[in-house]
Design a binder for this molecule. Structure first.
Ligand code: SF4
Length: 469
């Protein structure tokens, strides 16, 4: 499942006054939600730059403000709506300002958004990202004659947009979207209706994109999709070697690329050949984010997850037996309709038995037009909150224990840049995806360095570079 990190991301860049004079205008994109949204915003930004627009450093500085939205959780929708409402006020002083909303919320709510925020000029759904520059170009600069555009239809042509990158966005570690959509239809999830049916890009197109990024400085790639284990099944068939494993093998051949990761798989797609890829392909990092959602087989059935707690644990055990150093993280929903104390206890038992390194825990929130929203047994917020806290405490304890085990060891760290909390220090990730902060020089960025771990916290490791003879 695909409820990775919920973050608010801002795409920004700097523009000189002389450059501004030659451009069509300046845009600013605020992104809500998961890495897929982050990646989509990067693609739209790249396309806008190609078409002559410039990135602004802030909303105040922009002629066009775009919100790329998330519908996975109610809170994310409310946050985006609040921000859109506040931004609409800017139009009182600057009537020419263009306001647009893109992504999942645009797809699920369509024209209804114009009723909520009448000053919106553009509503572009998840298959219309590629048309944003064209629509913006046609809107016109005269706000008096401008007509709002709602574009939420299906359009396969949008798949090609996934390959776009603005040169300024290429970093040491980056995302590449390999597919979009999901056919799974978990009962709590709005994604199949906002992102549509699964569509995969070709292996060669993805490999070309990664090669281009590596030439521009990328060292680590994360292959992205709502359900990557279903990659290419429709296009390449499910007989023989898993298409997703074939893709990883092809990307593995790319010279100069040091590391490969992916997110998110579905436990049903965690076949032995994918487990063996971790063992056999040295660039595939030893980290698996394997969404559990619930440890109760009864609730899993209600969620339409197609596995039992026993099968999930069997797969975890098999994976660990093949790759003992693998770190496993997960997503869990607490307070799904009808979840009893006994069901919740099952989740706790599975969290302990799988010995997750960490997890994202979500309190169930109703999503409209999903089967779970209409189920009996909706739980009060206090119960969800209480279960959330219990689980977070347990996971923090587990995370701390896993990290403590690394104290004294030497870990290979890919240095990504200054630490967010302390810019005087550098930050990178181990192969098992743990954040390491250490004292070093900016010239280390992009290097794989051996770091001795000196201290551990639940979410961060601290260390010193090792001088090797
Ligand atoms: S339907 Fe299920 S597998 Fe598909 S994106 Fe949603 S949670 Fe993930």
């Amino acid at each position: 499942m695909c409820m990775p990190l919920c973050v608010s991301v801002v795409l920004s860049g700097s523009v000189s006054m002389s450059e501004q004079a030659q451009t069509r205008g300046r845009f600013f994109i605020r992104t809500y939600g998961c890495q897929m949204n982050e990646r989509d915003s990067q693609s739209v930004a790249a396309l806008l730059i190609e078409e002559g627009w410039e990135q602004a450093t802030s909303m105040e500085d922009a002629d066009i403000i775009l919100f790329n939205t998330c519908s996975v959780r109610d809170q994310a929708e409310r946050k985006a709506l609040g921000k859109m409402g506040m931004t609409a006020v800017l139009k009182k002083d600057r009537p020419d300002l263009v306001l647009g909303v893109m992504g999942c919320m645009a797809q699920s709510r369509g024209a209804e958004l114009l009723e909520r925020v009448p000053s919106l000029d553009l509503v572009a759904g998840t298959q219309q990202f590629h048309r944003v520059p064209e629509i913006l170009g046609k809107l016109g600069s005269d706000s008096g004659s401008r007509k709002s555009v709602v574009a939420v239809g299906e359009d396969q042509a949008g798949l090609s947009l996934l390959a776009r990158h603005a040169p300024t966005e290429v970093a040491v570690s980056g995302f590449v979207s390999i597919m979009r959509g999901c056919n799974q239809r978990c009962s709590f999830c709005i994604v199949p209706s906002t992102r549509g049916e699964e569509q995969s890009r070709s292996i060669e197109e993805i490999a070309d994109e990664v090669e281009g990024l590596v030439a521009a400085g990328l060292r680590e790639v994360t292959l992205l999709g709502q359900i990557v284990t279903s990659y290419g099944v429709k296009e390449l068939g499910s007989r023989g070697c898993m298409p997703f494993v074939r893709l990883i093998e092809r990307v593995h051949e790319i010279e100069g690329l040091e590391r490969i990761r992916f997110t998110s798989p579905h436990p049903k797609g965690l076949r032995v050949e994918l487990m063996e890829a971790f063992r056999d392909l040295p660039k595939l990092c030893e980290h698996m984010h394997l969404p559990l959602q619930s440890g109760s087989t009864r609730i899993l059935k209600q969620m339409r997850r197609t596995y039992s707690k026993e099968l999930f644990l069997e797969k975890v055990e098999r994976l660990r037996s093949l790759v003992p150093s693998i770190a496993i993280t997960t997503d869990i929903i607490v307070g799904f309709p009808g979840e009893t104390e006994e069901d919740f206890q099952d989740t706790i038992d599975v969290v302990k038995a799988a010995d997750f390194d960490n997890a994202f825990v979500f309190r169930y929130s109703k999503r409209r037009d999903t089967p779970a929203a209409a189920m009996d047994g909706q739980l009060p917020e206090e119960v969800k909150q209480e279960r959330n806290q219990i689980l977070l405490a347990l996971l923090e304890e587990q995370a701390m224990r896993h990290n403590q085990c690394l104290v004294g060891s030497i870990e290979e760290v890919l240095v990504e840049g200054p630490s967010k909390r302390n810019p005087d220090r550098l930050s990178g990730r181990t192969r098992s995806n743990k954040i390491v902060v250490y004292p070093g020089s900016p010239r280390h960025v992009g290097q794989l360095l051996p770091i001795r771990i000196e201290r551990a916290m639940p979410f961060t490791l601290y260390g010193d570079p090792v001088i090797l003879e």
